[in-house]
Structures are given as structure tokens and as C-alpha cells.
Design a protein around this ligand. Structure first.
Ligand code: NZQ
Ligand code: ZN
Length: 386
């Protein structure tokens, strides 16, 4: 196992009816800004629960954080923060609202000229407004991690800082019942790929991390399709298992002390930044191609994945690996997400721009070995075409 330091200070309030806990998790004297997206919280009852829970707080609201949040939209919150002397943020939504609120939190107390420098040049964050969140879409793990992804003019980039880790996160699986099938699928697939990218690398004998990861993958394979099936889609136990899996997939636990390979995510961000494809759908398109191109580099772990996650023990090793990748693709198909670029109407003529942007964003040494060059990224995209 590799050396690591691990901390996750986010307090989790898990279960039905837990939104009311925000009344005690947010300091009573705070001036709160509630941030949210396009309005799903107004139609599914979450907003009303927030209003009831904040009855004794002073609070304001900032709406309109869009999926794949943009710098321009997020900066509009700054005037509100100054006018009302806001000193606490409550994000209510999916990964986009939570990520966007992390950026708002850091931008509000940024010492430099342009908060975009936090992302563009890695300018230091010395302070951020404290924040908590109510998660409405299990997928990204943003509710208890330190990362955030923001887009500006087609450049989809991330930053990471301990100061923007939410102080608390409410995970009420009942609020996920209003999700569309598309967003349920996206969430399950995003969590699955987060787990794979911290697991399918090379072995460092991290037995606990491996078995946690295998447990999360098996849970997502079992429960994901149930959240789409007519007779089980309203089962809160199914939603609860998906919600907790997605959170644990990217809260730092399974990635501590093991190599990680974020190739699929980094190329995926370019597909979203340039073509607007949903985050998870970029991943389901790219992961199979990454695994095929990297079969030798990932051989040992692919065999472990085949045996422990897909129960494949027969046949020779190459057949087993090929079958495990096929079953991964079949799982994505069951979750109704695309697995090829042609499924989202992209062809070879689009690849040059994606490679240029990867290079511009310094994504030229990807993978657990730092050896995926733009040429290899091009091969991955070519293999993902059809
Ligand atoms: O905006 P509203 O009206 O709330 O609607 C949203 C949005 O249209 C809707 N939705 C959310 N909860 C709902 C709901 N609709 C009905 N009922 C509910 N309970 O779903 C749509 C998509 O929401 P979004 O927040 O964009 O989805 P997701 O959670 O998948 O977040 C994606 C973003 O997170 C980033 C992605 O790059 C992308 O920008 N990621 C963040 C990570 C992190 N911070 O660690 C890691 C991830 O790999 C990822 O990159
Ligand atoms: Zn993701």
C-alpha cells in the first residue's frame, strides 16, 4: 500500500426526513445563501422542506446554477453575498450545484483580482465561506469531497481545496425519486467509473481498498438497473444503496493509498466542454476504450476485476479480460447510456479539437503511470468511435 493521509470531516445526515437537521447544522446566527439549480427542488418538495427547516435563520437564495456550472453564472452570486453580508452557503442540488457553490465559496474570499485564477493558474485559496449541502442526485461524491468542476468558454476545468469541503451533507434517498431515468443512469454510471478509476490500475496490495471498491461496483451493478425497472424504481432501499455507494465512491476512502487513473474523466471533460455531452455519458463512451488500450498495463487488476466483480474464472486470461470489458459495456447498455462516440453523433472529424484542448489543458501525461500521451488519447478516442 502507498503512504497516505486521510481526512473526511463532512458530517453525513443520511435517511428519510433528514433535511430538518440543517436547522441545527447551520449556526443560528449565520446569514445563509441557499443556492440551487433550474428549479427541480421547487417541484419535488425539497425547497419547502428547506424553507421549514430554516424558519429561524436569516436566509436568501440564489437560483440558476446550470448543469456543468459556468463561471459567468456563478459570479453573479458575488453581489448578493456582499449586499447581504452572507457568511454561510447551503447548496441544494446535484454535483453541479454543489461544485458551483464550492467555487462561489472560494471566490467570495479570494484575495487576487480574478477568481478564475483559482482554476486557471492554481492561485492559492486562503479562505472560503463555510458551506453545507443537501444532495438531490447521487453521482459525483461532491457532497463530501474537496473537488469542483467549473466551465468557462468551453474550458471545463477543476480545482481542489480542503477549505471547500462541505461541513455537512444531507443524503435523503427519498428526494431522488423525482429524478428522470436519464439522471438516475448518469449517477450510477458516474459512481461506477469513479470506483473503477481508483481500482483498475496496478496492485499495491491494498486489500481493504480493493474489497471496498469491489463491494461498491457490485452494489451499483445490482441496484442500478432496479432504479430503472418499473416495479422497483420507487423502492427507497434501492435508492439508499445507490446514494451511499455514490458518496463512498468519491469521498477519498477507496482512493487512499492506491494508484489512480483519471484518464477517462480527463478526456470526458473535453467531450462535455466542447460538445455538451452529459458528464456520465462521456465516461460510458470512453471507459471501455481505455480498458482495451490499457489491457497490458492493467492486466493483473483486470483479472482480479473479472474474477471478483464478474465471477469469471474459466477460459484463458485474455478471454476472461475481454469478457469482463464486454460485461462492463453490457452493464452500461442496461443503464441506457451510450458506449460509442457514434451514439452521440460524433465522428473522427471531431477528434483533432479534443486532442488540442487536452494538450492546452496540460492533460498530456495521464494514467496511473503518467504515460498516456495525446497520441494514446487519440487512439482511445478512435477506438471509441464505433
Ligand atoms: O438544476 P435542477 O433543476 O436541480 O435539475 C438538475 C439538473 O438538470 C436535475 N436534478 C438534480 N436533482 C434532481 C433533479 N431533477 C429531479 N429530481 C432531483 N432530485 O439533474 C440535472 C443534472 O444535475 P447535475 O447536478 O448537473 O448532475 P450531476 O450530479 O451528475 O453533476 C454533474 C457535474 O458534477 C461534476 C461534473 O463534471 C458535472 O459538472 N463532477 C464533480 C465531481 C466532484 N466535485 O468531485 C466529480 C465528478 O467526476 C464530476 O466531474
Ligand atoms: Zn465523474
Amino acid at each position: 500500500m502507498l503512504n497516505f493521509s486521510f481526512q473526511n470531516s463532512t458530517q453525513i445526515h443520511f435517511g428519510e426526513g433528514q433535511i430538518q437537521k440543517i436547522s441545527t447544522s447551520i449556526p443560528k446566527d449565520a446569514k445563509v445563501l441557499v443556492t440551487y439549480g433550474g428549479g427541480s427542488i421547487k417541484t419535488n418538495g425539497v425547497y419547502d422542506q428547506v424553507v421549514a427547516a430554516l424558519a429561524e435563520h436569516t436566509w436568501f437564495e440564489f437560483a440558476g446554477i446550470e448543469p456543468n456550472p459556468t463561471y459567468a453564472a456563478l459570479m453573479k452570486a458575488q453581489a448578493l453575498i456582499k449586499t447581504h453580508e452572507i457568511d454561510y452557503l447551503l447548496a441544494v442540488g446535484g454535483g453541479s450545484v454543489i461544485d458551483g457553490t464550492k467555487f462561489i465559496a472560494a471566490a467570495a474570499l479570494f484575495q487576487g483580482d480574478d477568481p478564475w485564477d483559482i482554476i486557471a493558474t492554481g492561485a492559492p485559496i486562503t479562505a472560503a465561506l463555510p458551506m453545507g449541502c443537501i444532495l438531490t442526485l447521487p453521482a459525483t461524491g461532491s457532497e463530501s469531497n474537496t473537488g469542483a468542476v467549473v466551465t468557462r468558454d468551453g474550458h471545463k476545468l477543476s480545482f481542489r481545496n480542503d477549505l471547500v469541503r462541505p461541513a455537512f451533507a444531507v443524503l435523503d434517498p427519498a428526494v431522488t425519486l423525482s429524478l428522470s431515468d436519464r439522471q438516475i443512469s448518469n449517477g450510477v454510471v458516474d459512481a461506477f467509473v469513479h470506483t473503477v478509476e481508483q481500482y483498475l490500475t496496478y496492485s499495491v496490495n491494498g486489500k481493504v481498498q480493493d474489497r471496498f471498491a469491489e463491494g461498491l461496483l457490485q452494489t451499483l451493478i445490482e441496484e442500478g438497473p432496479k432504479a430503472l425497472a418499473a416495479d422497483t424504481k420507487n423502492d427507497i432501499a434501492v435508492r439508499a444503496n445507490i446514494m451511499w455507494s455514490a458518496s463512498l465512491a468519491l469521498n477519498g476512502l477507496i482512493g487512499a493509498g492506491v494508484p489512480q487513473d483519471w484518464t477517462t474523466h480527463m478526456i470526458g471533460h473535453e467531450l462535455t466542454g466542447t460538445h455538451g455531452i452529459d458528464h456520465a455519458r462521456t465516461l460510458s463512451i470512453l471507459l471501455p476504450a481505455v480498458l482495451k488500450i490499457r489491457t497490458e498495463a492493467k492486466r493483473g487488476k483486470l483479472l482480479q476485476y473479472a474474477e471478483r466483480v464478474w465471477h469469471l474464472t474459466d477460459a484463458d486470461e485474455d478471454v476472461r479480460i475481454q469478457r469482463a470489458i464486454e460485461l462492463t459495456e453490457q452493464f452500461f447498455e442496461t443503464m441506457q447510456v451510450p458506449t460509442r462516440l457514434k451514439d452521440v453523433n460524433l465522428d473522427a472529424s471531431h477528434i483533432d479539437t479534443l486532442i488540442e484542448k487536452l494538450t492546452q489543458h496540460h492533460m498530456v501525461k495521464l494514467s496511473e503511470h503518467g504515460d498516456i500521451t495525446p497520441d494514446i488519447s487519440r487512439k482511445i478516442l478512435m477506438l471509441a468511435l464505433n
